[in-house]
Design a protein around this ligand. Sequence first.
Ligand SMILES: [Zn+2]
Length: 251
Amino acid sequence: MAHKKKRSGLDCMIFSEKTVSQIAAADLGEIIPVVGQISDLGPHRIAISRAAHVCWICGYMVEVDVEVPFLEITKPQKCPELNGCGSQKTLKLQEDRSTFIDIRSFNICGKNDYYPNYDFKIYTTDMASIIEINSDVEMQVKILRKSVNSKDKHFELYGFTEKVNISLISRNKEEEELVSSLSKGGRNSNQIVRNALRDICHQRGIATLTDVLNRCEPKGISEFQVEEVISKMLQAGELFSPINGEYSFAR
Ligand SMILES: [Zn+2]
């Protein structure tokens, strides 16, 4: 990514010099670079990305691409006259001939935002990246809208991205506390292990498994949980292990 500007303190800006809360109507339809911190995670869902409608009179199939987040499926009113029979309201959705896609959502917030609790919802088809509450992320986001009140024609902006990049930004303890008190999910065991690793590495450059266990066990985290988090971070390339049982952050 072209973005090289170092972020300091609680700064959390979008590359285009906008904060998360400044994403507005003018951005609709644009693809803009966004950085932020995960404040809430949605569940893994599957949705129809391409809907197949079949005419129950002539059997003609009409395929319709569904807009992200793949919730509202537009059903054609009429069977096409050219290839079908031209009948009104005879098309029925056929799930077994439609295309399904994996999707999940998350909210990001701008940490140094004018509205610090402002959340921006992003949908993604990236199921591989390990994202969790408090992860710092950066991505190219397409700004879209959905109707929140069809009567008054009010819309809500949301984003879509195919790839979420996790950025490792070291934060000091005060920031961690602030961020954690702001986020809805709070800290989980995962975050405790991460914080322990970050603190130890910050002090000594390298963390041994024993060091991490000594910090996490009094907080009720089992050896198994610690090893699981470390193993995920190694797989994601966030941590590396120069010597067996010793860990250091990849950057
Ligand atoms: Zn027909």
